[in-house]
Design a protein around this ligand. Structure first.
Ligand SMILES: Nc1nc2c(c(=O)[nH]1)N[C@@H](CN(C=O)c1ccc(C(=O)N[C@@H](CCC(=O)O)C(=O)O)cc1)CN2
Ligand SMILES: [Mg+2]
Length: 310
């Protein structure tokens, strides 16, 4: 059994995203080692963070730590919440123009006064390691080479680890964001799955989910998906990260839950991701992989073997 799968008696096997992400990080590190010689330098990721959102600061700190641990160069740019949109666009343009920068990531969400689409569209698609630009999305739709969004890449990797060939399986994705829902649908389609994209207006969502061989929950509603929505033997990938009150832990305490009621779903599913420690940690793993891929492609080199087949 893979390191990423932990068997639990009488319930679903756990897809352990922390163990899986350690494996993905080690692939990125091997890619860095293979590429740094031909490149004449280490690949480089620049991360831009605007504002004081505490969760975003934690994610960016983890990105910087794991980028450096993989042997890459990390550039971290932090700006106050009142930074103007034009100033942020200028920062991205400078990073585009810097030949020593391979990947650019602007941490989301941005403050309300900034048009996220304008900022994202400023990123050079060849440095778009988040896979969020219209060019990256178009390449994904067309099945052309390009950088794919990180969280959905982690979902597909975990599903393949659990199930092997995914051909013909019915995947239901709940959520239609550009960060997760839509690209997840397209990435599973690339795996020859039959894909249904569901959302808040979908009729009979429980009935639809009950037909899913693979259920991807990416709605941002705590524990919305109930046990009776799960097809027996399904694979459940929970992308939600919701902080809820946890008075049982003491006054003012909170805990993280996903979009799936884990206790219930684990009684029906064959494989399930926990929250925390499931899909979340995969995001940064694939960010590192994408940075290695971007560095190779920008230099006209093939992807190093370690990151070619993920
Ligand atoms: N530019 C981007 N912005 C955002 C992205 C993204 O992929 N690109 N995704 C999220 C935030 N994010 C990375 O940026 C991210 C979220 C969660 C995790 C993670 O490992 N979560 C842990 C729990 C963390 C906690 O305790 O709060 C888990 O699920 O186990 C990693 C990265 C939005 N913004
Ligand atoms: Mg959505």
């Amino acid at each position: 059994m893979s390191d990423a799968i932990k068997s639990v008696d009488g319930a679903a096997s756990l897809l352990d995203g922390k163990a899986a992400a350690a494996l993905i990080d080690s692939r990125a590190q091997a890619g860095v080692e293979a590429l740094s010689g031909p490149l004449g330098r280490a690949p480089c990721l620049a991360v831009v963070l605007v504002g004081e959102d505490p969760a975003s600061h934690v994610y960016v700190r983890n990105k910087v730590k794991r980028t450096e641990a993989s042997g890459m160069r990390s550039i971290e740019i932090k700006k106050p919440a009142d930074l103007s949109e034009d100033a942020l666009v200028a920062i991205v343009e400078d990073l585009n123009a810097d030949p020593g920068v391979d990947g650019i990531l602007v941490q989301m969400p941005l403050p309300d006064h900034i048009d996220s689409r304008r900022v994202i569209e400023t990123i050079d698609p060849d440095k778009d390691v988040d896979g969020l630009t219209a060019a990256s999305a178009g390449r994904l739709v067309q099945g052309a080479p390009g950088l794919r969004p990180c969280t959905p890449s982690g979902c597909v990797w975990l599903a393949r680890e659990a199930l092997g060939d995914l051909s013909g399986l019915h995947v239901v994705v709940i959520g239609r964001s550009i960060l997760v829902g839509k690209p997840a649908g397209l990435l599973f389609l690339e795996q020859n799955c039959t894909v249904t994209l569901a959302h808040s207006r979908t009729k009979d969502l429980p009935g639809l989910c009950a037909s899913a061989d693979i259920l991807v929950a990416a709605v941002g509603r705590p524990e919305m998906v109930k046990g009776e929505w799960i097809k027996p033997g399904a694979t459940v990938l929970d992308v939600g990260i919701n902080r809820i009150d946890a008075p049982e832990r003491g006054e003012g305490k909170t805990r993280l839950v996903g979009d799936v009621n884990f206790e219930q779903a684990a009684q029906k599913a064959a494989f399930i991701t926990p929250v925390p420690g499931g899909v979340g940690p995969m995001t940064i793993g694939f960010l590192l992989v994408n940075t290695v891929r971007a560095a190779a492609a920008r230099a006209g080199l093939d992807y190093p073997a370690a990151v070619a087949d993920l």
